[in-house]
Design a protein around this ligand. Sequence first.
Ligand SMILES: [Zn+2]
Length: 157
Amino acid sequence: MSYRQEMTPRQYARPVAAPGCSFANVRDRLQRAGLRPTRQRIAIGWLLFGKGDRHVTAEKLFDEVRAGKVHMSLATVYNTLHQFSEAGLLREIALYGSTVWYDTNTGPHYHFYIADRDELLDIPDSMVGALALPPAPEGMEILGVDMIVRVKSRGAK
Ligand SMILES: [Zn+2]
């Protein structure tokens, strides 16, 4: 969903500095999710939501925070990512043991994990449409389906 689709008529009417301005969008997005737009949350939100859908770990995002000369501890990055996912702004994807990835695309979709690059990629819906899923056990319903297909570059160890 794009920012434009999410905007309410009231927000359209408000004089925003520049349409598509990331900081204004991030602030609105945080507020609509019930999070107070602190400076740290806006900085992290801007890195996450400012350039299309992304998959990040706390460590990878922390590197970007430092490269942007923003002063923030790794613990703050962890906590903020967790708060964002609790508020429904991010989807958590657990990958092999303790690594947690955060996905800005919160809709249902599957992933490739590229082992030699340590990257997550969305699998296009058109590729998974034909997959047959087992029915839920008697008396239960499916909450969601997570699938990660592990791949590596040809020739990589
Ligand atoms: Zn994804």
